[in-house]
Design a binder for this molecule. Sequence first.
Ligand code: RP5
Length: 161
Amino acid sequence: MGVKVGIIMGSQSDWATMREAAQMLDELGVEYETRIVSAHRTPDRLWDYGKTAVARGLEVIIAGAGGAAHLPGMMASKTRLPVIGVPVQTRALSGVDSLYSILQMPRGFPVATMAIGSAGAANAGLMAAGILALGDPALAQRLDNWREALSASIPEEPRDE
Ligand code: RP5
């Protein structure tokens, strides 16, 4: 089976955040590819990626960007694959700019928008795995196990650190 998840990001500087999505997919045994695709700096690359995504066998795209974060929305306009958007935290506006840029899509072209920053990137990995698990019982079991392990790791009572 080929790679089903594409993790794309607007800049090398987004990788520190988007790596969390990749690590989650590693943990769950899901193959992925990673690419720098910028809506502003490499628009032709964005177009090609979106245009060929279905034919290449991708099933989910995770797209992270910061600031004027047009990458997830533009990708959603170019492919019918589910696009999961990750607002990267910015210095100037703490990622609220990224969040609003990704979240407020017009009717017809949805982006599943995660939380700002690393938690959002990790959750994007989980969301992608959840989508693929609908048609992959072995992955569904690994995801169930992962969720149970997380619950089991939470103590019932707080303690002094
Ligand atoms: C966006 O601009 C990228 O997604 C990144 O979050 C932000 C800053 O990019 P660099 O100037 O660090 O390359 O397009």
